[in-house]
Design a protein around this ligand. Structure first.
Ligand code: AHM
Ligand code: MG
Length: 363
């Protein structure tokens, strides 16, 4: 039979989860459903693309617009951000929100009821891929607002380590639209049934294999990498003739949400490490709305997320738009990369023939 009729919807899943906590108010479930609605609207906009005139730069006639982080904004970046705001600000579940596309945290509008949660999101991750019709996605992290937090919202209330996230998820706008969610009890995946407009539970328990032979990194940055990253990649490239004794495959989609999804489905390791390309930036990806939510999902699926040296979810944020080196995926590979970063310098050398001087990336 091509279609199953007994699938669990996202709403059913959330209700069943809530039954395990009889004191829960239902606010959280309602917030997740609002987020799911935002993702469905964004999925529709992404799918219509140029049919709806949605490709290209925002503010094209005026020569394009650059966000405060210095990045060119696409029309769909701006639209997706608006959709997230509009679908989550009315429900009374949030005290405030923050986004990659907004310089400052946003208050819930005057007159709207306020709630006890905060949401932080990247409304359209990988948006450089939009015009070439490659998968993009939305990433979100839900935090509890501190008890003493009030409006107007202060940036500090968002500066919580990833270990304090209540929930995290992403929507992937690929060949099918999927919503991947963790509420701290494993990772589940839903696929959008476009005819019903419902997310259906299709992946009830996602786990990442501990080992892998696939890695993802933008190798055009190799001359800026730190030595432990060079060493790790060199060893992968050396394959069965090198110290790893096995061949590796490489992938780079330039859309982290799509890379995270591949890793959740079949394992792998993703690296956007700290490098020396721009000394003013501690990495490319952002801690609060990229590294932390993806980190929580990966760890809940049995993988590991790291700065390269230590667990990502332990990092105490200092800024809303803080950037950080990010390594995540199959546990044993991420632990190996951490080991390489944490080994005392003097131990590296003779018995690690592909390291440093003889790096495959050196002239
Ligand atoms: P974005 O949030 O502006 O889309 O940037 C983040 C994206 C990630 O999805 C992806 O891993 C990375 O940037 C790709 O970077 P690069 O262009 O260096 O390959
Ligand atoms: Mg992003």
């Amino acid at each position: 039979m091509p279609f199953r009729t007994n699938r669990t919807t996202l709403t059913q899943y959330l209700i069943e989860e809530r039954r395990r906590y009889p004191s829960a108010s239902g606010d959280f479930n309602a917030l997740i459903l609002d987020v799911a609605m935002a993702c469905k609207q964004i999925a529709k906009a992404v799918a219509y693309g140029e049919l709806a005139g949605l490709h290209g730069e925002h503010n094209e006639d005026a020569g394009g617009s650059i966000n405060f982080q210095g990045e060119a904004q696409k029309k769909l970046d701006v639209l997706s951000n608006d959709i997230f705001i509009k679908t989550t600000e009315w429900g009374g579940h949030l005290l405030g929100m923050a986004s990659e596309e907004m310089d400052e945290a946003l208050d819930i509008p005057e007159g709207n009821p306020k709630g006890r949660y905060l949401i932080v999101f990247d409304p359209l991750d990988g948006s450089s891929n939009i015009d070439v019709n490659v998968s993009v996605g939305s990433i979100f992290s839900i935090l509890r607002a501190p008890d003493d937090a009030t409006a107007p919202i202060q940036e500090e209330v968002f500066l919580q380590p990833g270990s304090q996230q209540v929930a995290a998820g992403y929507a992937l706008y690929g060949p099918s639209t999927m919503l991947i969610l963790t509420v701290g009890n494993g990772v589940v995946g839903f696929t959008l049934d476009p005819a019903l407009g419902e997310f259906m539970l299709t992946h009830p328990s996602i786990t990442i294999p501990e080992d892998t032979q696939e890695f993802a990194i933008n190798t055009s940055n190799s001359r800026f990498w730190e030595a432990p990253v060079k060493r790790y990649v060199d060893e992968c490239l050396a394959g069965s003739t090198g110290p790893r004794g096995k061949d590796f495959n490489m992938r780079w989609i330039a859309s982290m949400v799509a890379e995270a999804h591949r890793i959740l489905m079949r394992g792998g390791v993703f690296m956007y490490p700290r490098d020396t390309k721009d000394p003013s930036k501690a990495g490319k990806l952002r801690l609060l709305y990229e590294a932390n939510p993806v980190g929580m999902i990966i760890e809940q699926a049995g993988g590991r997320a790291s700065t390269g040296s230590y667990p990502m979810l332990d990092v105490k944020p200092t800024e809303l738009h803080q950037r950080i080196g990010l390594v995540f995926g199959s546990k044993n590979e991420v632990e190996r990369i951490e080991r390489y970063h944490n080994e005392p310098i003097e131990e590296k050398g003779e018995d690690m023939p592909l390291f440093a001087e003889r790096s495959l990336f050196r002239d």
